[in-house]
Design a binder for this molecule. Structure first.
Ligand code: PLP
Length: 388
């Protein structure tokens, strides 16, 4: 039998990291001590209270049945309370849906609203799921909105053709550029979406990882956002729970209802015990200030950030000290990003070539600080050896 992938699967772009991943495997097989500054997965464990809560909630035999597709009522209530404390935004439970990580919601939201041939605006560079897992796999057409350094990595809405655009993705604090925005920009985005009848999907997965007094806003803080926007959130980065797969989407009731409808045909909601743990995690916020354990986590990241960004700049790999996320978006010394990443691999340092995030990521590399300081210092020394 001749088994072929569906056309939408064939339309997925080639996987650009395949060659780099092959090289990483080879290095590991050769027993080379590889320092991975390439993945967006915190090296720090979840705080102890989460581990204790997981033990307790998994031991409860009532927590092993199917959960509601939209999420358990106490989970949705906890999310609504977190939004009130953290962003001063009021939500009702029907404006919240639980997700198996925000990636799942980002991928599924298009199924509810994007028709075949609809155009979807995606930033370039960007987290690849907006264009691929979400748009292309729903037979939509991704339309790149360049986010360029000269525009502080924000799209220029005046340059966008809004014809037949159904949906737009935005993500700040941004992966991979680590750019941040203020509410003024978010208001511009909301107005643009409202003027052209575009659904605005706002990915806020990194809102809690921020430095130097920067506080990431929610798009829902902006006037008019509740009419056009759905915001995606996650416990992955905030609580170091990437593998536990728990996130949520909130905002416009119709948008939440559409996503819920799709999910009810696809999955049965995150495990009840994970949601119960998430309730306890979110309850650690008593105001819009981060709880103590998070302050400590952010302090650790901040020290690593200062070391990494400072040393890269000294070496001549121009970059900004990010105000949020755990990424440094560095210039590749005038080289192509694939070549740059490959060269670094030869000295045992893995970074992500910017081209993997879109055409406008070329000339940059995303370098993560999800490794202890000593390893970052060692990685910087190895990179330095290439540029002396
Ligand atoms: C910008 C962005 N959004 C969403 C996600 C998905 O995170 P999760 O599915 O773990 O919530 C990631 C993960 O790296 C990300 O970088």
């Amino acid at each position: 039998m001749n088994i072929e992938f569906a056309d939408r699967v064939k339309r997925l772009p080639p996987y650009l990291f395949a060659e780099i991943e092959k090289q990483i495997k080879e290095k590991k097989a050769q027993g080379i001590d590889l320092i991975s500054l390439s993945i967006g997965d915190p090296d720090l464990p979840p705080p102890q209270f989460i581990i204790d809560a997981l033990e307790e909630e998994t031991a409860n035999l009532n927590n092993h049945n199917y959960s509601f597709s939209q999420g358990e009522p106490d989970f949705r209530q906890a999310v609504a309370e977190w939004y009130r404390k953290r962003f001063h935004v009021d939500l009702t439970q029907d404006q919240v849906v639980a997700l198996l990580g925000s990636k799942e919601g980002i991928a599924n939201v298009s199924r509810a609203f994007v028709n075949s041939g609809d155009r979807v605006l995606v930033p370039d560079p960007a987290y690849p799921v907006y264009a691929n897992g979400s748009t292309i796999l729903c037979d939509g057409i991704p339309v790149a909105m360049p986010i360029l350094e000269e525009n502080s990595f924000k799209p220029d809405f005046d340059a966008v053709n809004p014809k037949k655009v159904r949906m737009m993705f935005l993500n700040y604090p941004n992966n991979p550029t680590a750019a941040t925005v203020d509410k003024e920009f978010l208001k511009e985005a909301v107005d643009f979406a409202a003027d052209h009848n575009i659904i605005l999907c706002y990915d806020n997965a990194y809102s809690e990882i921020s430095y130097d007094g920067y506080k990431a806003p929610s798009i829902l803080e902006v006037d008019g956002a509740m009419d056009v926007a759905i915001e995606f959130h996650s416990l992955s980065k905030t609580f170091n729970m990437t593998g536990d797969r728990i996130g949520f989407a909130v905002g416009n009731k119709q948008l939440v209802a559409g996503l819920t409808k799709i999910k009810s045909q696809i999955d049965s909601g995150p495990p009840v015990y994970t949601q119960k743990v998430a309730v306890k995690a979110l309850a650690t916020y008593t105001s819009d200030e981060p709880p103590d354990f998070l302050k400590k986590t952010v302090q650790i990241y901040q020290e690593r950030r200062d070391l990494l960004a400072g040393t890269l700049c000294d070496i001549g790999l121009e970059c900004e000290k990010p105000k949020a996320t755990f990424y440094v978006w560095a210039h590749c010394h005038g080289e192509g990003s694939m070549k740059f990443a490959s060269k670094l691999l030869n000295v045992g340092v893995a970074v992500t070539p910017g081209i993997g995030f879109g055409k406008h990521g070329e000339g940059y590399a995303r370098i993560t600080f999800t490794q202890p300081k000593e390893r970052i210092a060692e990685a910087c020394a190895r990179i330095h050896s290439l540029y002396r």
